[in-house]
Ligand binder design. Structure first.
Ligand SMILES: Cc1ncc(C[n+]2csc(CCOP(=O)(O)OP(=O)(O)O)c2C)c(N)n1
Ligand SMILES: [Mg+2]
Length: 765
């Protein structure tokens, strides 16, 4: 597959195609053992990204992958370079690619499986699966793996298997000696069983003989780089080194006498990760649900000319090497894609074997979960001072108090900011989840606290440690409960907005897999005022816009939030390509809530991303366009301007992302009928737009082009600092004054009122 993609298929643009022959060869035996014998249909597997060709080849043998897709490996529409849930058609459970993430999500998914099992939502005839990750040893350098391990320990995770492809090589080099010792102790500390699968049956047999102890000692102490180099050099290399060490290990002489160079090479490479019998023993030896880490010794590039060479990561066999390889494998010319060529058994026997493989004994492994009906989310009456964050807490608390199916299927989770993101009310009513019942000691001791923190299998909030990365992995896993376990969950995760960046790769990863969840990020922006620059987010609106699979909203008012949440519960459950996840950027700033009727058309506009707070008159020369918590400043400035620029509009943006996506959608079709174009059409062609938000100004500056009008973008483009909102809004130019300045500057030549305004302002100063 890889050879074809690189050497046979025409290359049209000169860009390297690639693929990982060495990394794939390293996992072939392990994956063969697992997929053709050990795994069951209910098991869920994350495959090491660069073993994707092995995965697709296995699916091809099992009749779930087409030859055409294999021939187009790494080409448009072909089998993907790294297994992809959304782009591959051959039953991928978890996408992988960014190393470490596929590993950790299996652990989160195991917690999710436990969650739905304990709620009794799994069909009674559906056995529990094992969540399996096939892990490159260098993936264990990724910190997220260890963050996840700790969380797994806290949640007493069950039914996870991590199978480490311990080839002692990474991309650049050979990994540190005796790393397995460290891996072993870390895993055991976290309550895992560690199974070291080191030597194959041939070596084990030799070890049993008189010479064995010495040879084993030699192998056990052989540095990783020397072992790898000798694997590459072959028989004579082994002999030379073993002879050199014979003084210290006299028993080795017998081995050298008994084995010629070819057999010696084979013997020394007989690691368990390439020994089917040893692997099957190890895997079938585990029958309980304790999380288990298999350290399987392998050779990177096993069976290929560059086996063991430290530079083999991107190595590709040459045409000549492939010719030799094909001869050794007895693959005749033209037979490269034939499923059984080179095998010793009659085709019908192999077909019978494949048909009986346990893993394929279920027609489909993916589920379609029924949608949960969404009752209308109550909209507050208005009039009071409230922030969107408070409003969010209140809406969830109200949902918790009701008895809708929707509320039952909501799962909340938060990285140690449950209380400070206003989830307390929800948690008090719905409880914390743990597979074991854990008492609320403060309550039992009658030490008063407004928070009730008893944990039980019926709880609906998963409390996580501070690691934001884990939040996104957990949301990713919860949001896949429908396809993986057949149970529709509506996950909601809360965190502080700036810390989205901490877990960004995992957020991207969750979206890439088409996982479905609501992300509530609060507080946000410099509006978080006294907390200072380290907690104030600037770029997150741009993340919200650019992240595929995530619709970003930033409502100013709680009634808008209620409408968006209701829509979000539908959006989460829509089929792929239509639905997605939702990001709500909320604020702690209290605003007087409008008293208004939410008509159907206003509701629709809130979802589409914008509505006129004050409609402009025809050919008006100005519109102030605001998003989020600075609504008040925009309104103040607008009111102050009306005397000078009559008919100016005030546009409320609830989602820069929805608005932009709709505009792009229309542009791609040559249409001028996008929501934003229709909204702005009444303005004069010379009109000025002053856009403003507590975030990066680029979030809205594109509106100038969309509206074909000049734009003055206000926002925050420098790190924040401590202060109150008045000082900070002034310092960063997002207060009413800044809007008036921007209007004055922009309209000075263009509009009648502008010049007077500038004069008035300078007079005032
Ligand atoms: C987050 C991330 N960083 C870097 C890479 C590039 N990369 C791909 S594989 C790899 C090393 C893999 O080594 P290992 O996990 O031991 O697998 P092996 O190739 O030995 O089978 C690296 C650095 C990546 N895919 N993801
Ligand atoms: Mg490796």
């Amino acid at each position: 597959m890889i050879h074809h993609a690189n050497h046979i298929r025409p290359n049209r643009d000169g860009v390297k195609v690639g693929g990982h022959q060495a990394s794939s060869a390293s996992l072939v035996t392990l994956m063969t053992a697992l997929y053709f014998d050990v795994l069951r249909p209910q098991d869920r597997i994350a495959v090491k990204p660069h073993a994707s060709p092995v995965y697709h080849a296995i699916q091809y043998l099992l009749g779930k992958q087409t030859r055409e897709k294999l021939e187009r490996f790494r080409a448009f529409g072909g089998a993907q370079s790294y297994p992809s849930r959304t782009k591959d058609a051959d039953d991928v459970d978890f996408s992988t690619g960014s190393v470490g993430l596929g590993v950790a999500i299996t652990l989160m998914s195991a917690i999710v499986q436990e969650f739905v099992k304990l709620k009794r939502w799994l069909p009674t005839d559906q056995p529990l699966g094992r969540l399996v990750a096939l892990v490159g040893d260098a993936e264990l350098d990724e910190g997220n793996v260890f963050e996840a391990l700790l969380e797994g320990w806290k949640h007493d995770v069950r039914n996870v298997w991590w199978v480490i492809d311990y080839n002692r090589q990474s991309l650049d080099s050979v990994v540190t000696d005796r790393l397995f010792d460290r891996i072993d102790s870390v895993f055991k500390t976290m309550g895992w069983r560690v199974v070291v699968v080191k030597y194959g049956k041939k070596l084990q047999d030799v070890f049993k003989g008189d010479a064995g102890t010495d040879l084993k000692e030699w192998l056990d102490t052989c540095p990783n780089s020397l072992y790898s180099a000798l694997v590459y050099k072959g028989g004579p290399g082994w002999r030379e080194h073993l002879q050199r060490d014979m003084k210290r290990y006299p028993g080795i002489r017998r081995v050298l006498e008994e084995f010629d160079d070819t057999r010696l090479h084979e013997l020394m490479m007989n690691l368990a990760g390439h020994d089917m019998a040893a692997l099957l023993d190890a895997f079938h030896g585990i029958q309980d649900d304790q999380p288990t880490c298999f350290i399987a010794y392998t050779i990177k590039g096993y069976g290929l000319p560059f086996a063991g060479h430290k530079d083999n990561h991107a190595g590709l066999m040459t045409l000549e090497q492939m010719e030799t390889f094909k001869r050794t494998m007895r693959i005749a010319e033209g037979e490269e894609w034939s499923r059984f060529t080179g095998l010793n058994l009659p085709a019908d026997e192999i077909e019978r074997f494949l048909a009986a493989v346990p893993f394929v004994q279920q027609k489909s492994r993916m589920f379609e979960a029924l949608a949960v009906s969404v009752p209308s989310v109550p909209v507050p009456t208005g009039g009071e001072q409230m922030s969107t964050q408070q409003g969010f807490g209140r809406i969830l608390s109200d949902l918790a108090g009701g008895n809708s199916e929707l509320a039952d299927r909501i799962v909340t989770t938060s990285p140690d900011v449950t209380i400070s993101t206003n989830l307390g009310g929800w948690v008090n009513r719905r409880g914390l989840f743990h597979r074991n019942k854990l008492a609320d000691v403060f309550k039992d001791e009658k030490a008063l606290s407004p928070q009730q923190w008893a944990m039980s299998p019926s709880g609906q909030h998963l409390e996580l440690g501070i690691a934001e990365h884990n939040l996104f992995l957990m949301l990713g896993a919860l949001g896949l409960a429908a396809p993986l376990f057949g149970v529709r969950l509506l996950p909601i995760g809360t965190l502080y907005d700036p810390f989205i960046c901490r877990g960004l790769d995992a957020l991207n990863y969750a979206c890439y897999q088409d996982s479905r969840f609501i992300l509530v990020a609060t507080p946000s922006g410099v509006t978080l005022a006294p907390e200072g620059g380290a907690h104030q987010s600037i770029s997150t609106p741009l993340i919200g816009m650019a992240q595929d699979g995530l619709a970003y909203f930033e409502p100013a008012y709680v009634d808008e939030l209620a409408v968006i949440l209701e829509w979000a519960f539908h959006h989460l459950q829509a089929p792929s390509q239509q639905g997605g996840s939702v990001y709500l950027r909320l604020s702690t700033r209290p605003l007087r809530q409008p008293r208004r009727e939410l008509t159907d058309s206003l509701r629709e506009e809130i979802i589409r991303g914008a509505y006129w707070g004050v409609r402009p008159t025809s050919r008006a020369e100005l519109a102030i366009v605001y998003c989020g918590a600075i609504a008040q400043e925009a309104q103040e400035a607008h009111a102050a301007l009306l005397d000078d620029i009559s008919g100016a509009g005030l546009l409320a943006i609830t989602s820069p992302d929805q608005l932009h996506a709709d505009w792009l959608h229309h542009k791609r079709r040559g249409s001028v009928d996008s929501h934003v174009e229709r909204l702005l059409a009444p303005l004069s062609p010379d009109a000025v737009l002053v856009t403003i938000l507590d975030g990066h100004p680029a979030t809205l500056s594109w509106l100038g082009s969309a509206a074909r009008r000049r734009v003055r973008p206000l926002g925050v483009d420098r790190f924040g600092q401590s202060g109150d909102t008045l000082d900070l809004y002034r310092a960063y130019g997002i207060d009413a004054e800044a809007i008036l300045d921007a209007v004055a500057m922009a309209t000075v030549e263009e509009c009648k009122g502008g010049r007077e305004l500038v004069e008035k302002k300078s007079h005032r100063k």
